[in-house]
Design a binder for this molecule. Sequence first.
Ligand SMILES: [Zn+2]
Length: 139
Amino acid sequence: MRLLWAGPYSLLGLLLAPFFRRRSRRRGALVCEGAAWPRRLGWRYRAITFGHVVLSVDDLDERTFEHEMAHVRQYERWGPAYGPAYGFSSLKALVKGLHYYRDNGFEMAARAVEPFFPPRTPYGSTSDTKNDLSNDGPG
Ligand SMILES: [Zn+2]
């Protein structure tokens, strides 16, 4: 049921999965790692989650994986409403003069699990990642 509820988003993730070098199953999620093309298209984050599919430009470290798993649980809770709810949370942050990503409630909740895990490993795949944003993606 939880799989079905997050299904529309997982489907989007599955469409992108073949364009990553490695795929594995971890704790009920499909984890896809290794791709240079998102960077070339201007993608600035390390990972993004669509439903039960986690996409990462490089090897996912434990802390980032747990952050993304928090997003998986959010998808399971919100189902089809997750996208609009996430967008609304970004809008709310912007209206308050805050950052649309860092101060998004879903991101703050996902970051809350991080202190329980080892620090993130540095990026492995590319050098154009010196942005100061947290290195995971929306969703
Ligand atoms: Zn996140």
